[in-house]
Design a binder for this molecule. Structure first.
Ligand code: CA2
Length: 155
């Protein structure tokens, strides 16, 4: 099972700036935690971060046929990017939206996500654990999609 993790702008600064808001873990440390959890789940991780909207669009476009599922933390583009929304719509890959912070407990402009209604679900507010929880949820969802429980309703 292949899971891609897409990270948006400024997440490369984690652990370096504003530790009081986003914690002390660096993005590389979060990546290591996700990879550590992925191994026993039988998931292979492809990790990507960019500060550029177009690069993120291209990374999402490249998911088509290349991954089973994705975790997406589009950072500030979560709240603004119709381009990322269109890319996600175009590839038709199941994904979990993840955020370190609880975006609904922050400024009004962060309450809206242009991706959330396209996601399987959203994990927000648990710091680096949001990624690990998102991974577990994504893998569980994919396993159920492969082998639905007997008697499960078809939709
Ligand atoms: O909580 C999250 O994961 C966010 O996606 C983080 C974004 C923010 O714009 C979203 O509203 C919520 C910001 C990531 C920037 O991270 C920084 C880390 C250190 C210093 C400055 C920014």
């Amino acid at each position: 099972m292949h899971i891609a993790v897409i990270n948006g702008p400024n997440l490369n600064l984690l652990g370096v700036r504003e530790p009081e808001r986003y914690g002390t873990a660096t993005l590389a440390e979060i990546e290591a935690r996700v990879r550590e959890r992925a191994a026993p789940l039988g998931a292979e991780i492809a990790w990507f971060q960019s500060n550029h909207e177009g690069a993120l669009v291209e990374a999402i476009q490249a998911l088509r046929g290349a991954t089973d599922g994705a975790l997406i933390n589009a950072a500030a583009f979560t709240h603004t990017s119709v381009a990322l929304r269109d890319a996600v719509l175009a590839v038709d890959v199941p994904f979990v939206e993840v955020h370190l912070s609880n975006i609904w407990a922050r400024e009004e402009e962060r309450h809206k996500s242009l991706l959330a209604d396209l996601a399987i679900g959203v994990v927000a507010g648990f710091g680096p654990d949001s990624y690990v929880l998102g991974l577990e949820a994504m893998v569980g969802w994919l396993r159920r999609a492969e082998r639905p429980e007997p008697g499960a309703l078809e939709v």
